[in-house]
Design a protein around this ligand. Structure first.
Ligand code: ATP
Ligand code: MG
Length: 323
């Protein structure tokens, strides 16, 4: 089975990306018979960030995060979208021309993001079409993503299906989303969806003290220390629950309900748990960040490997129009 997923280089890789996409995608890539295309969506990044130095730095840290969680780049495919930009954007154009305008206008992600941004560009609007191109270009079958991406994958299916009907031929594979239902859309420190572009994220790779500082910024209500607290309404508890064992979660729930246990205590506990749970990934991340050449090398090899696959799909598509 062919698996594909991407992460934008719009900021540092965060807990939401890791639990929503990176860990599930790597899990799938390890199954015998699967091959995975994991890429850095640096063309998508331009919808929110256009500073080259910043994009380069983010690209390195996203790539280091994939590697830190054990992605096998020899068996699989690892690349930057920008290095294959001509393929991605050409397919995007063909898809643009079979995509109804109202479908894009109704995208939740566009509506959410456009209300939070000062300048809304057309790239943000056509984002789902580029994403569809990323997927069909490599005949991907299964797309592990976070819940926030469910609608985009539905749109990809629509676009690919419409194109195939128009061509009267199965030009594109119709992909399916793989969404881990137990992983919700992970909230950021302000309670909105944790997002790189909203800068409300938890960066699990920070040095210990800085990580604690970030965790301390998680918003909480003003229930006094001695009073019982509602765990299910609290962001710190929600994040704790995501990585804790069921026993640890039950114990934390009791602490909240009993009173005398403050949000500060819960944050310390979350910090300790993160350091423990991500110990190996944190070490590997630092190793790769100190060896950027190694990352670059792996990406370059991947980019050479995917090119003929992209070229073959494009040839099939051009043939439809006699181009
Ligand atoms: P941006 O703010 O620039 O959109 P992002 O933080 O939303 O960045 P993306 O690169 O858009 O990250 O998404 C990469 C992957 O991470 C997607 O599969 C997406 O579903 C998943 N993801 C992103 N944020 C979350 C979240 N808060 N909870 C769970 N999964 C998430
Ligand atoms: Mg996003």
């Amino acid at each position: 089975m062919r698996i594909l997923t991407g992460i934008q280089s719009s900021g540092k890789p965060h807990l939401g990306n890791i639990l929503g996409a990176i860990m599930p995608a790597i899990e799938l890539s390890k199954k015998p018979g699967n091959e995975s295309f994991l890429f850095i969506a640096d063309l998508h990044t331009l919808t929110s960030l256009r500073d080259g130095e910043q994009i380069r730095a983010n690209t390195l840290s996203i790539a280091a995060a994939w590697l830190a969680f054990g992605f096998d780049t020899e068996k699989n495919y690892f690349y930057r979208q920008s290095k294959l930009a001509s393929f991605h954007t050409e397919i995007m154009w063909y898809l643009n021309c079979v995509t109804p305008y109202p479908m894009l206008a109704n995208a939740h992600s566009f509506k959410d993001k456009s209300t939070q941004m000062a300048n809304v560009n057309a790239g943000l609007f056509t984002y789902p079409v580029l994403q569809a191109a990323d997927i069909v270009l490599y005949d991907a079958e299964l797309i592990p993503v976070g819940k926030d991406q469910r609608q985009h994958i539905e749109m990809t299916r629509d676009m690919a299906g419409t194109f195939n009907r128009m061509a009267e031929k199965d030009i594109f594979v119709i992909p399916e989303a793989s969404i881990n239902e137990s992983v919700m859309t992970i909230p950021g420190i302000d309670g909105n969806k944790m997002s790189k572009s909203l800068n409300n994220y938890i960066d699990i790779f920070l040095p210990e003290k800085d990580l604690l500082k970030q965790i301390k910024k998680i918003e909480s209500d003003s229930t006094p220390l001695e009073d019982p607290k509602n765990p299910d309404a609290d962001i710190t508890f929600k994040l704790y629950q995501l990585i804790a064992t069921p026993e640890q979660t039950a114990e934390m729930r009791e602490n909240y309900l009993a009173g005398g246990y403050g949000y500060g205590h819960a944050k310390q506990a979350l910090h300790g748990l993160m350091l423990e749970y991500f110990k190996e990934a944190r070490e590997k991340f630092d190793y790769y960040m100190n060896n950027p050449k190694l990352i670059e090398e792996k990406l370059e090899i991947g980019e050479k490997k995917v090119e003929p696959i992209a070229a073959a799909t494009l040839a099939r598509v051009r043939e439809v129009f006699k181009f």
